[in-house]
Write a protein that binds this ligand. Structure first.
Ligand SMILES: [Zn+2]
Length: 348
């Protein structure tokens, strides 16, 4: 039994003989510290808490580290950078980061243990996007696939991303024609930049961003992503609804003072994958745009990779496991449940 994968406040891959263990995306510092090193797939804070902790050796892409520091104001410590498609050795274990789409600098992690190749997707999205590299499938035979399941419920319906982007564009044009100021709430790290880059190609308007989004935009620009935007602070005396769009963070309710005092008619929309699940009645429109893979996309990916075993994690893990068992006849189950059963070891 040379190696083992289990969920313990993060995805642990353990080489029991060589006493090396790695943990991907730990959610507690205490568990992270039990391991040789931690690997962080991307900068979203639910994956990235280990960055600022001196006591943990962290491996991540340079961009993930930059985005995390920019978002949280906390500096990464004891962090070693990984590059896409370059194998590195951590003690006795080889790992490789592969592009994951999703967010700039996001990586899937391929663990090459002595007997098994284990691929952990982190958060992943598929298809061509303007701001991120397309997710890449590994060249190696994969024995175990650990996949995210954020939107892994098969009855959640998502239109193709290009179509949703077009609908967002059409809505903005409609607001311009009505002489209403369009305000869109959107996740400020990932989706906001993708929407800005798309709209830059489609429209000659001023896209005004709040401070947080602006700071993240700058990291994207520094890393070669073209984005044209302005800061809300830059709004001069009068904002022209015919030439302007305001982007707010996803949960930001209040319209900035500068805009309210001008008594312009505002129309609001929200861009979030959650719009596939919930009604957003306080918005004129809710666009289900997500930079997470849906069940169908994960099914397609699993078909290409042909793993012997799939573990699901985050969100709709039971639903996705059941769907994959039925659709592609593969042994699939939620990682957290599998973890409680001792016979997980039979796979090694
Ligand atoms: Zn994420």
């Amino acid at each position: 039994m040379p190696s083992l994968v289990k969920y313990e406040n993060g995805i642990r891959v353990i080489d029991t003989e060589r006493k090396t263990s790695l943990i991907a995306d730990p959610t507690t510092i205490a568990t992270a510290k039990k391991n040789t090193a931690a690997i962080i797939t991307h900068a979203h804070t639910d994956h990235a808490i280990a960055f600022p902790n001196e006591g943990i050796k962290v491996y991540a892409t340079k961009i993930a580290s930059e985005l995390f520091s920019t978002l949280t104001g906390k500096k990464s410590k004891n962090t070693f950078f990984m590059e896409y498609n370059k194998e590195i050795k951590i003690k006795e274990m080889n790992i490789e980061a592969l592009p994951a789409g999703h967010l700039l600098g996001a990586a899937q992690i391929l663990f090459k243990t002595e007997k098994k190749n284990i691929l952990y997707t982190g958060d992943i999205s598929f298809g061509k996007m303007k701001t991120v590299k397309e997710a890449k499938e590994p060249e190696e035979k994969i024995d175990i696939l650990i996949t995210e399941a954020t939107y892994g419920k098969p009855d959640l319906y998502f239109e193709p991303r290009e179509k949703v982007k077009m609908k967002i564009f059409n809505w903005i044009v409609e607001k311009i024609k009505e002489n209403n100021l369009a305000v869109i709430n959107v996740g400020n790290m990932g989706p906001a930049q993708e929407i800005i880059a798309y709209l830059n190609e489609m429209l000659e308007i001023n896209i005004y961003c709040n401070k947080k989004t602006s700071r993240i935009n700058e990291v994207y620009k520094k890393n070669g992503v073209k984005l044209k935007y302005k800061k809300i602070e830059e709004i001069e005396e009068k904002i022209d609804p015919k030439n302007s769009l305001i982007l707010l963070s996803r949960g930001e309710k209040k319209i900035p003072e500068k805009i309210i005092k001008e008594k312009i008619k505002v129309k609001r929309a929200i861009v979030t994958g959650q719009a596939a699940r919930f009604n957003y009645t306080s918005f004129e429109k809710a666009f289900p745009f997500s930079m997470h893979a849906n069940a169908k996309e994960i099914e397609e990916y699993a078909k290409k990779i042909k793993p012997n075993k799939i573990y699901t994690l985050y969100g709709f893990e039971s639903e996705l496991a059941a769907y994959l068992r039925k659709k592609i006849n593969v042994d699939a189950r939620p990682l957290k449940i599998a973890n409680e059963k001792i016979h997980i070891e039979e796979f090694f």
